[in-house]
Design a protein around this ligand. Sequence first.
Ligand SMILES: C[S@@+](CC[C@H](N)C(=O)[O-])C[C@H]1O[C@@H](n2cnc3c(N)ncnc32)[C@H](O)[C@@H]1O
Length: 258
Amino acid sequence: MSSNIAREGDYILIYLKPRKTWLVKLQQNTKIHTHAGYLDTDQILGQEYGSRIISSTGNEFVILQPTISDYLMKASRPTQIVYPKDLGAIATWTSLSPGKIVVEAGTGSASLTCFAANLVRPDGHVYSYEKREEFLAPARKNIERSGMSEYVTLVHRDAVSGLDQKEADISFIDVGDPWSLVGSMKAALRGGGNLVSISPTINQVEKVTVELIKHGFVNVETMEIMYRNMEIREGMSRPSMRMIGHTAYLTFARKALM
Ligand SMILES: C[S@@+](CC[C@H](N)C(=O)[O-])C[C@H]1O[C@@H](n2cnc3c(N)ncnc32)[C@H](O)[C@@H]1O
């Protein structure tokens, strides 16, 4: 069982209230500044996760181990990312689980990469292709921060020119012209393998669907995941007035052998 004690070098989540959290790396003799006062890291080191810590201005914080969603939502994002609501559906529809081999284009901010690596470890692996050099360093940083480096190989290449993998279980396409990668992904997948294409517009979905069918993929279906927060207050609970209206459409398909 992993230790439940906050140690030097750990990433920890400092919780004040819902949506008011800080993700920090624990280092000795450091002050963590927030609008609700600062915390001294010496108050935190050696404490059990779940402990309450009082700030310099008397506010109560709780120290928690970050979830993979905390890492993703607090990562730097030079590109659009795949959001947790969509990640959940992707995992369910593809059986993303330990031991699976995943190929991905493109890496972008590595949100989907980190999520997938966390599920396929310790025996599985994610091979992620990114054509733009400037995105590799921030992606690598996000992968390292989430502790997934061991389970990810980043490749600097335009995936249109082909992928090195041949018998992958799952492939992800999250690029502006997903139809251009259907051939490369088909070659990288094993028979029956799952393909997921993630696109913000329905026009992209139409074009990729035509291409998937042309390449003999089966069970091609597209969905959009709706997500709404609830505001719970005794006697006056109701859905939140604010909502993320749209992130992306998810298109799923299976490779059928000819
Ligand atoms: C929307 S971002 C991907 C976001 C990523 N899924 C995430 O969750 O952080 C799209 C990325 O695909 C890259 N890209 C576009 N076409 C590509 C191709 N043909 N081969 C490799 N990478 C490509 C872009 O440079 C960009 O970084």
